[in-house]
Unconditional design. Structure first.
Length: 426
RNA sequence: GGAGGGGUGGCUGAGCGGUCGAAAGCGGCGGUCUUGAAAACCGUUGAAGGUUUGUAGCCUUCCCAGGGUUCGAAUCCCUGCUCCUCCGCCA
């Protein structure tokens, strides 16, 4: 959520910035609503003040043993007007909040302006694009060839966009999460965290998935209205919801491995083959809670932490700065990490690292006590995948495939593979 | 699933329906004292919002959340959430 003061005092500039990311703010409607709000709020508060003073005088008169009947008659008339004003104010505020909850974050000044994916800017590359002197298979053919990756069985068990893994591939999948968790906890200073995989609406509203993106989520039946998490970002970032932390809490760095569940509604034709886009996948997520002045350095650091995973695994990648038109709803700045997939002869997203500034913090009421100012201030939140495990597995199957159909185990994973150095057909 | 008891400011913990935004203690901050520190003493110390040129004043709201009763609710009623204790069940 944006600072409401921007809407009040810098409406046009704010609308212009939002337009750069393809969002149209109805400034006339906002302005009109804001004018009404001002009027009705002042009126309501005046009435409340009057009621309070009169009620107090009744209390005093009663204590003094005076006749309170005339005072009662006077205040009685206030009731209806006050009730009506309060209701109107409540409606206006709800309307304003509904609008504000649907407004995306403002892009940071350093974000390239653009309309779509095409306008994203490559920041750097790492590693050599691999080419094979044999026919390159994609991860589906590699995995199925090994008899350890099975989409048909998954489709029978559940439906499309699921996978069954077994043997060495399943082991490598597990090894990847262990490797990533160990790397981030021991070398990058993150605290390992375990969280619920189902969350309530407040949490989803806090990080920005609700109310706007309900169709991307799996909702559970039952009275509780729980949702399956689409990313660990939701439960982990919500650790600081409704909390005022002390200064020494920050910087706070959490790493968390969870499954993620996404309905992928609206992506019907896309990536239907293989495990690039699944309803269920594992992810190791990095989350940081920092002071405002530190958040852009933190974004660089966090992105670097995710890159380290790819480097250790020897997977070629590039870093993209997303343009204004391609960024997620809550983000002020995002770097995507894209890994090289030889079968597609292109780079595919494997991590997304974002600085949300105070956008999530305002929704979350996540704040800290600044000893210098003595004031309570909003924290800044960031997160990034470090990495998406399923896609990392895909990248390894493709980049480490060998002529005989086997897959070499990357050196960094050897300690986690129980002696397995090559994945062969079972 | 059954029975019972709680949810109050950073923390602990009081609070006959009427100056209660809330006693007291702890903690924090400032000061006195001290060579310095501790102790002691004094003072201070919640958040959100509105009005406003204003970090000045004034006003509103907030004692888990949402309804209700009342001129007036932290205090009474209802619903929900949540925590604790005991019993049952269970990985």
């Amino acid at each position: 959520m944006l600072d409401p003061r921007l809407i009040r005092s810098e409406l046009e500039q704010t609308a212009a910035k939002l337009a750069s990311r393809g969002f149209t703010l109805d400034t006339a409607a906002v302005e009109a609503l804001e004018a009404r709000r001002k009027d009705v709020q002042v009126r309501t508060q005046d009435l409340q003040a009057e009621r309070n003073t009169r009620s107090k005088s009744i209390g005093k008169a009663k204590a003094a043993g005076e006749d309170i009947a005339p005072l009662m008659a006077e205040v009685g008339k206030l009731g209806d007007a006050l009730k009506a004003a309060e209701q109107e104010l409540g409606e206006i505020q709800a309307e304003m909040e509904a609008i504000m909850l649907g407004v995306p974050n403002l892009p940071h000044d350093s974000v390239p302006v653009g309309k779509s994916e095409e306008d994203n800017v490559e920041i750097r590359r790492w590693g050599e694009q691999i080419s094979f002197d044999f026919e390159t298979k994609d991860h589906v053919d590699v995995g199925e060839g090994l008899g350890q990756l099975d989409f048909d069985t998954a489709a029978k068990i559940t439906g499309s966009r699921f996978a069954v893994m077994s043997g060495g591939i399943a082991r490598m999948h597990r090894a990847l999460t262990q490797f990533m968790l160990d790397l981030h906890t021991t070398e990058h200073g993150y605290t390992e965290t375990y969280v619920p995989y189902m969350v309530n609406r407040d949490s989803l509203r806090g990080t920005g998935q609700l109310p706007k993106f309900a169709e991307d989520l799996f909702k559970l039946e039952g009275e509780q209205n729980y949702y399956l998490i689409p990313t660990a970002e939701v439960p982990v970032t919500n650790i600081v919801r409704d909390v005022i932390v002390e200064a020494d809490y920050m910087p706070r760095k959490y790493v968390c491995h969870t499954p993620c569940f996404r309905s992928e509604a609206g992506s019907y034709g896309r990536d239907t083959r293989g495990m690039i886009r699944q309803h269920q996948f594992e992810k190791v997520e990095l989350v940081q809670v920092v002071r405002a002045e530190d958040s852009y350095q933190a974004l660089e650091d966090l992105t670097g932490h995710a890159e380290t995973v790819l480097q250790r695994l020897g997977l070629p990648y590039r870093v993209m700065a997303l343009c204004t038109g391609d960024m997620g709803f809550s983000s002020a700045k995002t770097y995507d990490l894209e890994v090289w997939l030889p079968s597609q002869n292109c780079y595919r997203e494997i991590s997304s690292c974002s600085n949300f500034e105070d956008f999530q913090a305002r929704r979350l009421q996540a704040r800290w006590r600044n000893p210098e100012s003595g004031k309570v201030e909003l924290v800044h939140t960031l997160n990034g995948s470090g990495l998406a495990v399923g896609r990392t597995l895909v990248a390894i199957l493709e980049n480490y495939q060998q002529a005989d159909g086997s897959v070499k185990v990357p050196e960094a994973l050897l300690p986690y593979m129980g002696g397995l150095t090559v994945i062969n057909k079972a």
